[in-house]
Design a protein around this ligand. Structure first.
Ligand SMILES: Cc1cc2nc3c(=O)[nH]c(=O)nc-3n(C[C@H](O)[C@H](O)[C@H](O)COP(=O)(O)OP(=O)(O)OC[C@H]3O[C@@H](n4cnc5c(N)ncnc54)[C@H](O)[C@@H]3O)c2cc1C
Ligand code: FES
Length: 363
C-alpha cells in the first residue's frame, strides 16, 4: 500500500512539474522573432517564437496538411527540418519511420520554434492556397451522404490534380478544426469545388458540412495529395470504393474521360443495400459514351425489396471474378474503409499489380 502511495505521489510530482515548466516557459521565456528559412533561401519568414512550426507556417500562408488540427494524431504535417528544430519528441516517433528520421522529417505541429529554423517543403505544398467560397448546392445522396458544391470567390479558380483533397475549416467550441475531404468535382471545373461527405454521428467536420445551407460562407485550403495519376492512355485504371470513398473516384473518372475518351477503366463500388447506391445512373450514362468504361456496383446485404440484378457480396469478390490476372499495365485507386482496402489490395496483388501501382485513401 505504501509502495502504491509513493508511486502515486511521484507521478503527481512529475506531472505537476511538467505543467509548471510549460506554464513558466509560456509566461517567462520570450523567444522573440525567429526566422523560418524555406528551401534554402526560397522564402524567409519572420514569425513569433514560442509557437509551433505548423502555426508559424500557417501564419505565413504556407498551408501544411493537418487533418487533426495540430493534435499530433494524424501524421499529415510531415516536413523536413534541416536545422533548429530541436530533438524529435516521443509524440512524433509513432508517425516517423527510421528512414524519414534520418532525412530530418518531423511533425510540424510538434516542433516548437525556439530559434531560427531551416525547413524543406515540397513545391506542391507551397502552392496550396486559402479559399473563400459559398455553398452553391447541397444534395442528399443517401440517408447519411451529401453532395455539397461550393462556388469559389477568392481565389476564383482552383487548379488541382485528380484525386486531391481540400481541408475544410469547421468551427468548434475549442476553436476551428480542420478536416480533409476529397474533391469530387472534375479538375476542369476550376471555379467550383464539390465534396461527397458521409455524416459521422457527433463528428465535428461532417456535421458542420451537413448543416450548411445554400449561400453560407466557407473557408478551406488546398489542393493537397500525392496521388499521381498515370497519364498513359494504355494504362488500365481500376477504381474501387465504398461510401464517401466515391468522392475521389468521381473526380478521377470524369477528369480522365474528358481527355482520354477511349481509355479502359473499371469502377467497382461496394454498398450495403440499394438505399446506399448513388451516382449509378450518372455512371451508366458515361459508360454509354465511353464503351471501355465498366461500372460494377455490388450489394453486400441486398434486401428482398431491392429487386437487384447486379453483383452481390463484398466488392473485392466481384473484382476477383471480373479482373483478369496478369493483364497489361494497370493502376488502381482504392478509397473506403480499412477492411475493404485490405481485402481489395490482396486481390489486386494476386492479380499481378505491383504495390507501387496500388494507391489508397482510407476513411
Ligand atoms: C485524405 C482524406 C480524404 C478524405 N475525404 C473524405 C471524403 O471525401 N468524404 C468524407 O466523408 N470523409 C472524408 N475523409 C474523412 C474526414 O476527413 C473526416 O475524418 C470525417 O468526416 C470525420 O470527421 P468529423 O470531424 O465529422 O468527426 P470527428 O469529430 O473527427 O470524430 C467524431 C467521432 O467519430 C469517430 N470517427 C471519425 N471518423 C470516423 C469514420 N470514418 N467512421 C466511423 N467513426 C469515425 C471518431 O473516432 C470520433 O469518435 C477524408 C479523410 C482523409 C484523411
Ligand atoms: S497536424 Fe496532425 S499530426 Fe500534426
Amino acid at each position: 500500500m505504501v509502495f502504491l502511495w509513493s508511486i502515486l505521489v511521484l507521478v503527481l510530482l512529475v506531472v505537476g512539474l511538467a505543467v509548471l515548466l510549460t506554464v513558466a516557459e509560456s509566461v517567462l521565456v520570450n523567444y522573440g522573432i525567429c526566422v523560418i528559412d524555406v528551401n534554402a533561401g526560397e522564402k524567409s519568414l519572420e514569425v513569433e517564437g514560442g509557437q509551433s512550426l505548423l502555426s508559424g507556417l500557417i501564419e505565413s500562408k504556407i498551408f501544411i496538411p493537418s487533418a487533426c488540427g495540430g493534435q499530433g494524431t494524424c501524421g499529415f504535417c510531415k516536413i523536413k527540418v534541416l536545422g533548429g528544430g530541436g530533438p524529435i519528441l516521443p509524440t512524433e516517433t509513432p508517425y516517423i519511420s527510421r528512414g524519414e528520421r534520418r532525412d530530418g522529417v518531423r511533425l510540424a505541429c510538434q516542433v516548437k520554434i525556439r530559434e531560427d529554423i531551416n525547413v524543406k517543403i515540397p513545391e506542391d505544398l507551397l502552392n496550396v492556397k486559402l479559399f473563400n467560397a459559398t455553398v452553391k448546392s447541397t444534395t442528399p445522396m443517401t440517408s447519411n451522404i451529401k453532395e455539397i458544391r461550393f462556388s469559389l470567390i477568392e481565389p476564383a479558380e482552383i487548379f488541382s490534380r485528380p484525386g486531391q483533397y481540400v481541408q475544410i475549416q469547421a468551427p468548434s467550441p475549442d476553436g476551428p478544426v480542420f478536416r480533409a475531404y476529397s474533391i469530387s468535382s472534375a479538375v476542369y471545373e476550376t471555379d467550383e469545388v464539390e465534396l461527397v461527405v458521409r455524416l459521422i454521428p457527433g463528428g465535428i467536420g461532417s456535421t458542420y458540412l451537413h448543416n450548411l445551407e445554400v449561400g453560407d460562407p466557407v473557408e478551406f485550403t488546398g489542393p493537397y495529395g500525392e496521388f499521381i495519376f498515370d497519364e498513359d492512355p494504355e494504362t488500365e485504371l481500376i477504381c474501387v470504393g465504398g461510401g464517401a470513398g466515391m468522392a475521389p473516384m468521381k473526380n478521377i473518372i470524369k477528369s480522365m474521360y474528358r481527355e482520354q475518351p477511349d481509355r479502359t477503366c473499371w469502377l467497382f463500388f461496394g454498398c450495403r443495400a440499394k438505399e446506399d447506391v448513388f451516382y449509378l445512373e450518372m455512371y451508366e450514362e458515361l459508360a454509354k459514351q465511353h464503351p471501355n468504361f465498366h461500372v460494377i456496383y455490388g450489394l453486400s446485404e441486398p434486401q428482398p425489396e431491392d429487386d437487384w440484378e447486379g453483383e452481390t457480396g463484398f466488392i473485392h469478390l466481384s473484382l476477383d471474378k471480373l479482373i483478369e490476372a496478369d493483364g497489361g499495365k494497370r493502376q488502381a485507386f482504392l478509397c473506403g474503409p480499412p477492411p475493404m482496402i485490405d481485402a481489395v489490395t490482396r486481390v489486386l496483388q494476386a492479380k499481378g499489380l505491383a504495390d507501387e501501382d496500388i494507391f489508397y485513401d482510407e476513411f
